[in-house]
Unconditional design. Sequence first.
Length: 277
Amino acid sequence: MLDRKDYFVSEIKFDNIKTKKIKSNKYYKILFILSGDCYVKLKNKYQICSTDSIILISPNNKIDIESKSKKSLVIYELAITVELLNKLSDEEVDLAKSFNTVPFECTVIDANTETNMLIKNILKKIVYIKEENYKFADNLYIKNTLSIVLVLILRSCIYADPKQKAKKSKPFLIDDIFAYINNHITEEISLDHLEKEFYVSKFHISREFKKATGLTLHRYIVKTKLDLCKRLIEEDYSLTDISQICGIGSYNNLFRAFKKEFGITPKEYYNEIKKYK
């Protein structure tokens, strides 16, 4: 007999709210985006989700969901305990163990179209099962329905195309942005470029970067480029080469930016360094 405390299914609508906190507590939670687009935040990680995305949340975690849709964001939420996962398992498949092999606190997956349609229709059935008049074999019906949707989701995790998975669910971290800037500091870096690289809105990147650092992204990039300029001056690179290597443009651009940042010109800094060599 299924204990109703071991699972619940609900429909979440973001009609008049922009953000909502989802806590998993003791449950494994599965969120299916029925319609709309949103950002999912876990700690400092951000992921972008859209219609048919599936979000998995492990027990004792919480996420923030921020709607970015003009139309209503609608999510089906399935919560299930490890005890029920064990009850639904058989000798061949241990569902609890299978979920624990998915390395996630919060993971976003994208199943193929056919699987998405199945998951969507099954979850809809479970959401509205209380409204059905017939109750024959109710317990068996729910048990088998839950088993099917769980297996479909686990299969999507196991057989997802790695390239598509990386593209769709790559987490946005401030640390990732720092690393990217440092590794590409000799190139031109823009918000538009970062948006394409991390699959996160440039407005979101700009807002969160300023919140974390107190600097605009552009200001941080300029400072990092000028720090590189100082190191190259110390290594006896010519000022013309430095302006090209750092991607600042002409020497005049380097001159103005360097003096504004450090209070002296690149040539004056070079002369200061020479005194101690």
